[in-house]
Design a protein around this ligand. Structure first.
Ligand SMILES: Nc1ncnc2c1ncn2[C@@H]1O[C@H](COP(=O)(O)OP(=O)(O)O)[C@@H](O)[C@H]1O
Ligand SMILES: Nc1nc2c(ncn2[C@H]2C[C@H](O)[C@@H](COP(=O)(O)O)O2)c(=O)[nH]1
Length: 206
């Protein structure tokens, strides 16, 4: 290992981030940072009325992830210890740019940059790309009640937003190493050989 990696697994809702990050954490003996979902008091309300609840929801995610990133910095990055996370902090902005408008979006952007610009960023991103049908199938399989009525148009837009967001991250300096996984065709859950191939690809990046 050249230096202790900070790995983030990213991709739109239902792509398999938490699943793959957990599998890699076990396989590579890496501590894992997982985002807080079930305890989020606004998600249910958000899916019922996005315009009404988006600011509270985005701020809740941002504050939680800020705290997790702060802890990750202290516990792992500053001690040069490797770590894997099932999200990149930049996902906050990907979502907020889609769900917020006007003054609220402008205020959110300022707070986002204030909180995160000087925080440690992942140097490896595993980006799981998947199309709408695959994501809808996985969201059904996961069966979280509040996600079942999600508007497919929202998810379709997020797929595009994610592509742009990851492209933006790729152009940053220093640029993260990015491994793109085809989530439609590669079944790392059921197919051991395909999972081992991802492990081998990740090891090459470390
Ligand atoms: N490559 C895959 N093949 C089959 N099922 C998958 C795959 N990736 C994830 N799943 C399943 O899809 C659902 C969503 O996965 P999850 O890891 O929660 O996605 P995310 O964290 O990206 O939202 C889970 O039920 C998981 O078991
Ligand atoms: N509006 C936002 N929604 C978010 C954000 N982060 C996660 N989410 C939603 C999407 C899913 O319903 C659920 C879990 O996310 P996964 O990507 O792990 O499936 O929470 C966000 O920043 N803004």
């Amino acid at each position: 290992m050249k230096q202790a990696p900070f790995i983030a697994v990213e991709g739109p809702i239902g792509a398999g981030k938490t699943t793959l990050a957990s599998m890699l954490s076990t396989e590579l003996h890496l501590p894992i940072i997982k985002e807080i979902v079930e305890e989020n008091p606004f998600l249910d309300k958000f899916y019922q009325n996005i315009d009404e609840w988006s600011f509270q929801l985005e701020m809740f995610f941002l504050c939680n992830r800020y705290k997790q990133l702060e802890d990750t910095g202290l516990q792992y990055i500053e001690k040069a210890q490797p770590v894997i996370s099932d999200y990149h902090i930049y996902k906050n902005l990907i979502f907020a740019e889609r769900t917020l408008k006007g003054v609220k979006l402008e205020k959110y952007r300022q707070i986002y940059h204030l909180l995160t610009d000087d925080m440690p960023k992942p140097d490896i991103i595993i980006y799981i790309k998947a199309d709408l049908d695959t994501l809808l199938g996985r969201i059904r399989k996961r069966a979280r009640s509040f996600e079942q009525e999600m508007d497919p148009a929202y998810l379709e837009q997020l797929i595009i937003d994610y592509d742009k967001g990851i492209q933006f991250l790729a152009e940053q300096s220093p640029s993260p190493r990015i491994l793109t996984v085809n989530g439609n065709e590669i079944d790392f859950v059921e197919n051991q050989a395909q999972f081992k191939q991802i492990v081998s690809d990740v090891k090459e990046l470390i």
